[in-house]
Design a binder for this molecule. Structure first.
Ligand code: CA
Ligand code: CA
Length: 199
């Protein structure tokens, strides 16, 4: 084989390889919506993957401070009085030992045809006695409907992950946590690493 023949052969192989790569490139319709996001479900996306998105919650661990959340004063904090589940920020509701209500909320979009799951990490400590009624409560709400309730009776060391499947919730969904204390004996509801994922 001459050198010229060998080079010619290599060029032909390179051209064939390039053609093979071109043949398996994503069809242009996959990004027909122009978003560059194949999972946002807004156009040209096969239905089997349109729910495969990352966490819909922005600033889920509060590490950007209050950004993206609506909260009552002092809730989103780096206070040394509690330990976050991750990072240095958390949402600390209540803990005053007086009549008080705190809240923290964020609105997300749940795509039609997808099932959303809400999860978060929760730590509760309290000065209430464990065998008393639920004097201080935390309500977990979606669009104003309570999907879960916790209280001083659920106090725990460290954090426990709570998970709620939000069947039938589509479109705009406001996720809110509302902590209500009675007149005495503090209960702290500490929340971190909130997620809403779709499947
Ligand atoms: Ca955090
Ligand atoms: Ca109390």
């Amino acid at each position: 084989m001459s050198i010229r023949t060998a080079i010619s052969g290599r060029l032909a192989l390179a051209a064939a390889a390039a053609a093979a790569v071109a043949a398996v490139a994503m069809p242009s319709a996959a990004f027909a919506d122009g978003s560059g996001n194949p999972g946002d479900g807004s156009g040209g996306i096969p239905p089997y993957n349109r729910c495969l998105t990352l966490n819909r919650i922005a600033n889920p661990g509060f590490e950007s401070g209050p950004g993206s959340w609506t909260a009552t004063a002092g809730v989103i904090t780096q206070s040394a009085g509690q330990t976050p589940h991750s990072g240095t920020w958390m949402a600390w509701l209540d803990g005053y030992g007086t009549t008080h209500t705190d809240s923290v909320a964020q609105t997300v979009t749940i795509l039609d045809g997808c099932t959303a799951t809400l999860s978060f990490w929760l730590h509760i400590d309290t000065a209430e006695t464990t065998n008393a009624p639920a004097f201080d409560t935390l309500a977990v709400k979606v669009n104003g409907t309570t999907v879960g309730t916790f209280s001083n009776l659920n106090h725990n060391n460290g954090y426990v992950q709570k998970v709620f499947v939000l069947n039938g919730v589509t479109g705009t969904a406001t996720i809110s946590f509302v902590g209500t204390e009675d007149v005495s004996l503090q209960t702290s509801f500490v929340i971190d690493d909130v997620a809403v994922t779709l499947a």
